[in-house]
Design a protein around this ligand. Structure first.
Ligand SMILES: [Zn+2]
Ligand SMILES: [Zn+2]
Length: 166
């Protein structure tokens, strides 16, 4: 089946989940300057708890959706690239919006079709990308495992004139 062939061609070697369904997705940054489209398998979404992802996302962990190789298309704007050198020595370009700073993806250097690890929060269809595994559990912040126990509010309290929450 042609469709299956296409899906398995998009499988990433490291992540090896090939059964899911590749879907067309689109997204962009917070200010609207960057927009993109791509194809990705929602079943390949993952959480990364590495300390680089904590810093680069400004959060406790990063949620990532790998694209089908070669499917990422930038539709508007021009990305700014920061090349991170991993502990392994591997160069990982990190693309973000130069105007609002929203992280968009990480990838590999060099030419040719590649997998783009989209930052899941920028995908319009992100509700469908439920992570199926967590990387770097050894550096996960302890409280991440107990999120459901933290008291929840539907929105947030108002900021006071000084900017504090009350
Ligand atoms: Zn932006
Ligand atoms: Zn990471």
């Amino acid at each position: 089946m042609a469709q299956l062939e296409g899906a398995s061609a998009g499988c990433s070697v490291i992540l090896k989940s090939c059964e899911g369904e590749i879907m067309k997705i689109d997204g962009g940054c917070h200010c609207g300057y960057i927009t993109y489209d791509a194809e990705a398998d929602p079943n390949e979404a993952l959480i990364c708890n590495c300390t680089d992802c904590q810093t680069l996302s400004g959060s406790a962990f990063r949620t990532v959706a790998p694209t089908k190789s070669g499917s990422f298309g930038l539709r508007s704007g021009e990305l700014k690239i920061y090349v991170k050198i991993a502990a392994s020595g591997a160069a990982r370009p990190q693309a973000f919006c130069p105007q609002c700073g929203t992280p968009i993806y990480s990838s590999v250097t060099g030419d040719g079709p590649k997998v783009h690890f989209l930052r899941a929060g920028t995908i319009r269809q992100r509700e469908q990308f439920v992570p199926t595994r967590q990387f770097w559990a050894r550096s996960a912040l302890e409280w991440v495992g107990g999120l459901a126990a933290i008291p929840r509010m539907d929105t947030q309290p108002a900021f006071s004139p000084s900017g504090s929450l009350r």
